[in-house]
Design a protein around this ligand. Structure first.
Ligand SMILES: Nc1ncnc2c1ncn2[C@@H]1O[C@H](COP(=O)(O)OP(=O)(O)OP(=O)(O)O)[C@@H](O)[C@H]1O
Length: 312
């Protein structure tokens, strides 16, 4: 079995005073879709660029299949990447762009028609890229990533700019690639784009690893013992439950979320105080809630300069 992992080992990248990637370590495994999520500026693209030797780390290393990217004679057969769908010359036909990539990587030309078909661009293969929508350019970028039939795929924001049908297509497609045993690393700044697609999540904030977990573990860990109460008398509810030692958060015009008490105790306290409620039950946090809570302090677009961080 070939090694199809992607590894970041203590990766560091600085741009001037900005610490874009901060001692980042994780391993991406084959056979599943790994979502690489974090707010804008968290360091996702920088990390992917270091994996592909497009940027040089200031510390640590990135390994593809256990080796540095630069050690492969024909890297396109091991790893395919989509980084910037706008990078194709607009005057070029889609098929010529792929043909050029294939020739450069020693890949037979018949593979060009195959990948155009795989991504659903066969009917526009002879059209110039300048007339393509962003969604079509994303598909073309994915076709390029697939040219060498690689076991590892690194896709930066592939859902960006796709219409609902395109989003549906890419979700199914990524799952299929993983089911074939490939390693699929896909970034997004929106958890909602990946929550139904990714099996595993690597969450970044300001260049640091915030979580390396399965979607299920993340939800279980955070949903905990929260109870949601629906009531028109929010402030009396907050007073009564807080007095009994609960932490109560307002989560809607007629809902509060309670931590620290059992459902039975909440019911008995509200009944004793004659506070009406129309619903009560376990609160399940959405993945988006968990992600927002986790990244809240890390959403500043630019990472703080190192000397500020030292003082923090
Ligand atoms: N070439 C560069 N020169 C200077 N700063 C850079 C460069 N590339 C990235 N940065 C900075 O490094 C940090 C990480 O950027 P990066 O693009 O990797 O984040 P990202 O998570 O991919 O964000 P997005 O979701 O917006 O693509 C940001 O503060 C960014 O401004």
């Amino acid at each position: 079995m070939p090694n199809l992992t992607i590894e970041a080992r203590e990766l560091v990248k600085r741009y001037g005073s900005t610490l874009a990637v901060d001692r980042l370590s994780f391993t991406v495994e084959a056979g599943r879709v790994t979502g690489f999520v974090g707010p804008n500026g968290a360091g996702k693209s920088t990390t992917m660029r270091m994996m592909l030797a497009l940027d040089r780390p200031d510390g640590g290393e990135a390994l593809i299949g256990g080796r540095p990217y630069t050690s492969y004679r024909e890297p396109a057969r091991t790893v395919g990447a989509l980084l910037d769908p706008e990078a194709v010359h607009p005057g070029r036909r889609a098929c010529d762009h792929l043909l050029w990539m294939a020739q450069y990587n020693g890949i037979p030309r018949k593979r060009v028609d195959e990948v155009l078909q795989i991504v659903g661009l066969e009917s526009v293969g002879r059209k110039r890229v300048g007339g393509f929508s962003l969604g079509m350019r994303q598909r073309l970028g994915i076709a390029g990533a697939l040219l060498g039939d690689p076991g590892i795929l690194i896709l930066d924001e592939p859902v960006n700019g796709l219409d609902p049908e395109g989003i549906q297509w890419i979700r199914g497609f990524l799952k299929q690639l993983a089911a074939e045993g490939r390693t699929v690393l896909v970034s997004s700044h929106l958890m909602s784009e990946l929550q139904d697609t990714a099996d595993h999540l690597i969450i970044l904030g300001r260049g640091r690893l915030l979580a390396d977990t399965t979607v299920k573990e993340l939800l279980d860990q955070t949903s905990g013992d929260q109870i949601e109460v629906r009531t028109t008398e929010r402030s009396r509810t907050i007073d009564a439950l807080s007095l009994a030692g609960a932490t109560v958060a307002v989560t809607g015009p007629e809902t509060v979320t309670v931590t620290g008490l059992t459902t039975e105790r909440v019911v008995s306290l509200l009944s004793a105080a004659s506070i009406p409620f129309t619903g009560i039950g376990q609160h399940r946090a959405s993945l988006e809630d968990v992600y927002m809570a986790m990244t809240r302090e890390h959403t500043t677009f630019a990472a703080a300069p190192e000397d500020e961080r030292a003082l923090a």
